[in-house]
Design a protein around this ligand. Structure first.
Ligand code: ZN
Length: 402
């Protein structure tokens, strides 16, 4: 069986392939480091880390880029609220906390972790090219992408422009200047006191989505294989990224596989800063070991919503114990080929749209056999290898800086 992955664009699972044979170019939208990061971030980054590890295990070279949105409305708001505290200070403080959490969860560090503010020249160049190509227009220092110029707009969401225009759009701003309701800012005039950069359209700062286009092209080239992020980014952010990238490079598709993780809920309600119902990974790691939390996070399929409730961590305690004991147990094995059985069950689940929960089930069965002394030769080693691929430290997985 070969790996099949579900892409949001087209809404189907297809055999995985890459633009450059043997190399996966993967971009995952990173954080806006204006506040604490919560279990939802941990869920997303552990899932994509595990996908990356699986791709490495089946022989791909993986370039994994994850950006940092260090200039936007939220960063500016927090800076003002904290009496004009410099944004880089707020960014560095929150990123250090996130990095500490992700390191403990054994998430591999990205191949590149670019900052938006480190790519202003590329953002300006991309914006200028879009104007030149007739895809964008300037109004008194603001530059908008003109959505009607890109006929595939809406394809990622699988709906037309009218339907999209009726949806809530966190990027919508300066409506009175726009030619069309879906047009979005590539470059914006700053308010007094806000950080700004010189540009051909006067001092200003980037829009949101343009930074991901500038950074993915700068670090991975004009076409990529996997773009990851939370499902809440499908509109408008990722729809905008496709429009920008395909218009500026003239190449389609910008990305082969759009992979979106589900949201993390607390007692059935989406976890979000605005609702104040945040659960933090660092708090859960005071109760259980990081590998235990990782197992909990991987027990939900990446496309499903994870519902965190009281007792959720305890629900995987027995399995965690079995898997860990089975790796180190000095149990007798029956003669006969056992490794193939474990590897086969693991691979067929993973190749079926990265079905980690199913893979864990088959590994748990192997662990049970090992502990009962009814496993066959090679099962224990194969179990440890599969658990290492899933990123568990207890099974010898490579550490974050590897
Ligand atoms: Zn992004």
């Amino acid at each position: 069986m070969t790996l099949r992955l579900f892409s949001t664009l087209g809404r189907e699972a297809r055999p995985f392939s890459t633009v450059v044979p043997g190399t996966v170019r993967m971009y995952v939208c990173g954080v806006t480091p204006y506040d604490v990061t919560h279990l939802g971030h941990a869920f997303s980054y552990v899932q994509f880390d595990t996908l990356r590890r699986y791709l490495l295990s089946i022989g791909y070279d993986v370039k994994y880029v994850q950006n940092v949105t260090d200039i936007d409305d939220d960063m500016i708001m927090v800076s003002k609220r904290q009496g004009g505290r410099p944004i880089p200070e707020i960014r560095d403080e929150n990123l250090a906390l996130l990095q500490h959490d992700l390191d403990r969860l054994n998430v591999l560090r990205p191949s590149a972790n670019p900052f938006a503010t480190g790519h202003i020249p590329q953002i300006i160049e991309t914006t200028a090219k879009l104007i030149e190509g007739g895809f964008a227009y300037e109004v008194d220092g603001d530059v908008f992408f003109e959505v009607s110029k890109f006929e595939r707009y809406g394809a990622l969401n699988g709906v037309g422009p009218e339907e999209l225009a009726s949806r809530e759009n966190p990027e919508s701003k300066r409506e009175h200047k726009k030619r069309g309701p879906l047009d979005f800012l590539l470059w914006q005039v700053t308010e007094p006191g806000e950080p700004s950069w010189e540009s051909p359209w006067g001092p200003g700062r980037p829009g949101w989505s343009i930074e991901c286009t500038a950074m993915s092209v700068a670090h991975l080239g004009e076409q990529i294989d996997i773009h990851g992020g939370g499902r809440d980014l499908v509109y408008p952010h990722h729809e905008n990224e496709i429009a920008q990238a395909e218009c500026v490079t003239g190449r389609s598709p910008f990305c082969g596989f759009w992979m979106h993780n589900g949201m993390v809920q607390l007692d059935g309600v989406k976890m979000s800063k605005s609702l104040g119902n945040l659960v933090l990974a660092r708090d859960l790691m005071k109760q259980v070991e990081p590998d235990h939390l990782r197992l909990y996070l991987l027990s939900t399929h990446y496309r499903a919503d994870a519902d965190y409730r009281e007792g959720a961590l305890e629900a995987v305690t027995a399995r965690f114990g079995r898997l860990r004991s089975a790796v180190v147990a000095e149990a007798p094995a029956l003669p006969g080929p056992g490794a193939e059985l474990v590897r086969g069950g693991f691979a067929s689940a993973m190749d079926d749209d990265f079905n980690v929960p199913l893979a864990l089930e088959s590994l748990d069965q192997a662990a049970t056999r090992i502990l009962a002394g009814s496993a066959h030769d090679g099962e224990q080693l194969a179990l440890a290898a599969a658990l290492a691929t899933l990123g568990f430290r207890f099974a010898g997985a490579a550490g974050p800086a590897a």
